[in-house]
Design a binder for this molecule. Structure first.
Ligand SMILES: NC(=O)c1ccc[n+]([C@@H]2O[C@H](COP(=O)([O-])OP(=O)(O)OC[C@H]3O[C@@H](n4cnc5c(N)ncnc54)[C@H](OP(=O)(O)O)[C@@H]3O)[C@@H](O)[C@H]2O)c1
Length: 336
């Protein structure tokens, strides 16, 4: 395949990054097992960091970011995949040290690729899989880990922080679909109705969870929490979890340092569960994508699209994800 195609390329000279859509050929891509015609990708927080000169995501330039991609196999050197297969590839080194999804074609190791889940009752389209993307995968993995640690719908309210973000908004909808009482915590007063429409029974401000003061133990309010925010708010959240409850922590939009004490852990048996979507083993990954296409598939999945953009829009849109002002997910229709 010698044709020219479009890719969003980040380059760096001195300490400045340049973001532009370029025309490249397949020779620009790594030589991996499977060549995929990319149909959709999405924007994750990590992709925003990849666009920054000091984002600490990309180490070698030029680089094609995009942690997530979904598309159709064009060529395969691996017996597990054939031309025409619909596939998803997310995480591992994709968009970090291996060229990612912001390109009309991607060359990906077969071990990182998964067939698009299909089921008689539901299933996913390529577009739906990228509305979910790594954010949705992380929300679903968080729910699975909480349930493995004993969470059930009779235990009481489950709080979701950063609730209008990608991980948060999808977690709210998935928990509500499962029948949990969901409390959404957000910094955006204007989005309370949106969060209720996703199934939150109550919406609270960030300050109601963390008002600037930290206690070792506070009133026991939540059976569990899904937390993509981290930082001091996580320390406060831990002090409010009921005995035996768990927090699934995936992110750090409020910071990487968590000034907690041992008391929630040794006096209430609280569990802090780390969520890592990147190196989730393939067997678990398949289970989670199956759940994303069945019991955890959000209703009205299109309502999570904050906007649908083209590759050409990435230079201006990508850095904005870091402002925390986007509601839901930005979808990239690679061939539009
Ligand atoms: N561990 C993993 O495998 C994994 C996978 C995916 C993402 N992540 C991480 O999870 C986090 C969220 O990712 P995302 O894709 O959901 O990002 P996102 O769409 O940008 O959402 C982040 C949300 O966090 C809240 N927020 C932002 N700044 C905050 C602050 N200073 N204090 C408190 N809340 C703040 C905002 O929600 P409100 O305005 O509603 O409060 C914002 O919408 C990131 O740190 C990302 O790197 C980790």
């Amino acid at each position: 395949m010698s044709e020219l195609f479009k890719a969003f390329v980040i380059d760096k000279s001195d300490s400045n990054v340049q973001l532009e859509v370029q025309e490249i050929t397949k020779d620009f891509l790594p030589d991996a097992d499977v060549l995929i015609k990319v149909h959709y990708s999405g924007i994750n927080y990590k992709d925003g960091l990849a666009s920054q000169s000091n984002g600490k995501i990309v180490s070698t330039y030029p680089f094609i970011p995009g942690v997530d991609l979904a598309g159709q196999v064009v060529q395969s050197k691996d017996r597990r995949f054939e031309k025409g297969d619909y596939v998803i590839a997310t995480s591992y080194d994709i968009g970090v040290s291996h060229y990612g999804g912001y390109s009309e074609y991607a060359s990906i190791p077969a071990d990182w690729i998964l067939p698009l889940p299909k089921s008689l009752s539901s299933g996913l389209t390529l577009k739906e899989s990228m509305i979910l993307g790594t954010a949705g995968f992380t929300s679903a993995l968080s729910i699975q880990r909480l349930e493995e640690h004993g969470l059930s719908i009779d235990d009481g309210p489950v709080v979701v922080t950063g609730a209008t973000g990608g991980v948060g908004s999808l977690a709210v909808a998935m928990l509500a679909k499962r029948g949990y009482e969901v409390i959404a915590s957000t910094g955006k007063e204007s989005e309370h109705d949106f969060l209720k429409s996703l199934g939150a029974s109550k919406v609270i401000s960030r300050e109601e969870l963390y008002d600037g003061t930290l206690k070792s133990l506070a009133s026991q309010r939540w059976a569990a929490a899904i937390d993509p925010v981290g930082g001091k708010p996580l320390a406060s959240l831990l002090s409010q979890i009921k005995s035996g409850g768990s927090v699934a922590v995936s992110g750090l939009t409020a910071g990487g340092s968590v000034p907690t004490t041992v008391y929630p852990f040794i006096l209430r048996g609280v569990n802090l569960l780390g969520i890592d979507s990147v190196f989730t083993p393939m067997s678990v990954r398949k289970q989670i994508w199956h759940r994303l296409s069945t019991d955890l598939k959000p209703n009205n999945i299109d309502s999570f699209i904050a906007k649908e953009i083209r590759l050409d829009d990435l230079p201006t849109t990508l850095p904005n994800i870091l402002d925390g002002n986007i509601r839901g997910r930005v979808l990239i229709n690679v061939n539009s």
